[in-house]
Design a protein around this ligand. Structure first.
Ligand code: ADP
Length: 510
């Protein structure tokens, strides 16, 4: 049986057709919705608010080689490549639950027996007097995808082929350096060593990127002393870059479980960038501290800096900021690779920078898994641990929330759930949310916050939310992403100044 919703779509179409029949001048007629949907060369579909497919256009029928009745009967999952099915189903379910826009790439089975890559996007559309419907399109991106795969394959083969002769050249070069006497030949050999290193790094980056894209980057995790590795890496980099003093400001004597070689690669990348992008300064500072259950490493330079609008995109493949693209050589791959390595270790990374004033590149790695949250104080209207303080003064409808220190998925979920509990139990409708003491990024938690936490806060009674932002640009980005929910009911405002945030909150009323 076809769902109710399908009937409403058909009725809508029927009405369209009837209306156009009534019009006496065909050239003035409005084309019916079905006619329009079939004229589009893309696959178009709709689903009811529960996520059940209830209409497919003719393009889909032609591509799949079935009638619309059969396709609706089988459901969309019957045409998705088995390898893409689990991921696609969970994405679709998440969108249906939250009402958030759906966007996904998957392979669809066509009548010729082959699978073709498609980009599916869908939005929920409100219908007056009826339940909402999902309107979606699937765009064929097969050529684009296969071209990308060919490019990746070419990069992988080319970098492999380049690596072998380079290794041999390097071997002979080292041999020559050993036997060359002081003089012009030795001088030339020493100068060419730097270029050989550069070539080796470029080829290594290309190889790594092709490994990441093919999902073949494997980490060899084992416990090692992070501090020893850091000191060795700094000593080696100091030899390569005599132009700058590389200063280790504070040391962390910590053993972590990770891939030593890959984490050293991240440090090398941060330090070599710090040197490269600070031609007029001679100092790079490195810090390594243990904060709660995490290790935080920062590399500070006093160089050209980065404009805020570029910050968020720097970890993308091939992305280079305007002010460096023409003046400094590079492929824009190092940070992309570093970000992948850090993420695979369960860590996060962020940048603090301003144009002309230098930059601080940081990353955070978990030392122990399974963070424990122990309350220092817990009463009906007050809660405090080392990540969050919540207070709901009696006779006030404002809940005060103070976040402290680095946050991540665990701490944000823990604090977010406590906020829901205290808001509801104390019947507050306003929240003063202070992030001034939150450095770094916690973007891994922002999707959860937007899709799950915010709707639950609204159900618990939230009406007004004033958010005092951290100074950290990446923390601000995480905050903004946390409320990206088109259906939000509560009024949310961001502030840099705590007094303004409180004034706005006190004066807000329905
Ligand atoms: P590459 O240095 O080869 O371009 P990366 O991926 O390492 O590639 O860096 C990407 C971009 O980030 C650089 O092109 C540059 O614009 C910017 N960048 C990285 N590190 C710094 C830094 N310390 N100071 C200023 N800009 C930087």
């Amino acid at each position: 049986m076809r769902p109710d919703h399908d009937r409403s779509f058909d009725e809508h179409n029927k009405k369209d057709t009837e209306q156009s029949k009534e019009i006496s001048h065909p050239e003035a007629a409005q084309p019916s919705a079905t006619l329009l949907l079939n004229a589009i060369s893309q696959q178009v579909w709709t689903a009811n608010s529960a996520g059940k497919l209830d209409y497919v256009n003719e393009v889909i029928c032609q591509d799949f080689g079935h009638t619309s009745e059969t396709i609706l009967d089988y459901g969309w999952k019957a045409f998705v490549h088995p390898e893409d099915l689990n991921y696609s189903t969970s994405l679709w379910n998440a969108s249906v639950d939250s009402g958030q826009e759906y966007s996904n790439e998957f392979r669809l089975l066509f009548a010729d027996g082959n699978y073709y890559w498609h980009l599916a996007t869908a939005k929920i559309v409100a219908q007056s007097g009826k339940s909402n419907i999902w309107v979606g399109t699937n765009t064929n991106i097969h050529n684009q995808k296969t071209n990308e795969a060919r490019k990746d394959e070419f990069i992988s083969i080319a970098s492999h082929e380049l690596k072998t002769p380079l290794t041999t050249i390097k071997g002979f070069h080292q041999l020559l350096l050993r036997i060359a006497d002081e003089g012009r030949i030795k001088d030339y050999l020493e100068r060419s060593a730097g270029q050989l290193l550069r070539l080796e790094k470029l080829i290594g980056d290309l190889l790594d990127v092709s490994k990441i894209n093919a999902g073949k980057m494997v980490l060899n995790l084992e416990p090692f002393n992070f501090s020893d590795m850091l000191k060795n890496a700094i000593a080696e980099m100091a030899q390569i870059f005599p132009s700058h003093r590389l200063l280790l400001q504070n040391d962390c004597n910590t053993v972590i479980n990770g891939d030593q070689y890959r984490l050293e690669q991240v440090i090398n990348n941060f330090i070599s960038n710090a040197v490269k992008y600070s031609p007029s300064s001679d100092k790079v500072e490195i810090t390594c501290t243990v904060v709660e259950e995490s290790l935080v490493v920062s590399v500070t330079d006093y160089g050209i800096g980065i404009e805020e609008s570029h910050l968020k995109r720097l970890f993308e493949r091939y992305y280079r900021a305007d002010n460096s693209a023409t003046r400094f050589d590079g492929l824009g791959l190092g940070l992309y690779i570093s970000a992948d390595i850090i993420k695979r270790h369960g860590g996060s990374f962020w940048i603090e920078s301003s144009l002309g004033n230098g930059s601080v590149f940081s990353f955070k790695l978990p030392i122990n898994e399974g963070i424990r949250f122990e309350a220092d104080i817990k009463t009906d209207n007050y809660y405090q641990d080392r990540y969050i303080t919540i207070s709901c003064p009696v006779d006030s409808d404002i809940m005060h929330v103070n976040w402290t220190g680095y946050q991540d998925m665990h701490s944000v979920k823990h604090g977010g759930l406590l906020m829901i509990e205290y808001l509801r139990n104390n019947r507050c409708s306003k929240v003063f949310n202070d992030n001034r003491l939150v450095p770094g990024t916690w973007s891994e938690a922002s999707d959860w916050a937007a899709k799950v936490w915010l709707p639950l806060m609204e159900l618990a009674g939230l009406k007004f939310f004033s958010w005092v932002l951290s100074e950290s640009a990446f923390s601000q980005l995480s905050a903004q992403k946390s409320v990206e929910n088109e259906d939000k009911q509560a009024e949310i405002s961001f502030f840099e100044n705590a007094e303004e945030a409180m004034t706005w909150l006190v004066n807000s009323s329905l």
